[in-house]
Design a protein around this ligand. Structure first.
Ligand SMILES: [Zn+2]
Length: 126
């Protein structure tokens, strides 16, 4: 069972580490890394250098394609709700207390654990 995928770094094969050197004499080559799991860039890059190689090569195209920010965005009261939790050992038996905090008005509203974990649950206007 092989579920290996290649690092997407455009220059991965040019970094001359021993683990990239593959094949048998006289046909040895440095090759793009191939792994079952990678940590960087949403699991597409073998290391941070390869991730930034990709970013540096494609960032302008990406920004042109998906649209650049050309004016300030605003976080308003209507979408400033942030999920938080705290530990209150004296009052709540060491259980985490989940709550929403409005980072502008500082208002707090209680949350259940299920609401906290539900990535679709929000008080913020979309
Ligand atoms: Zn790589």
């Amino acid at each position: 069972m092989s579920n290996l995928k290649y690092c997407q770094g455009p220059d991965c094969h040019t970094y001359t580490t021993q683990d990239r050197l593959k094949g048998t004499k006289p046909n040895k080559t440095y090759q793009t890394r191939r792994r079952s799991s990678m940590y960087y860039g949403n699991h597409n890059f073998c290391d941070q250098k390869c991730l930034y190689d990709w970013v540096n090569k494609y960032i302008e195209q990406g920004l042109d394609h998906f649209g650049r920010t050309t004016e300030a965005k605003h976080l308003t009261e209507d979408n400033a709700w942030d999920k938080r939790y705290r530990w209150d050992y004296e009052r709540h038996n060491g259980e985490a207390q989940h709550y929403y905090l409005n980072t502008i008005t500082r208002e707090q509203r209680p949350l259940t654990k299920a609401q906290y974990d539900d990535t679709n649950y929000t008080l913020n206007e979309r």
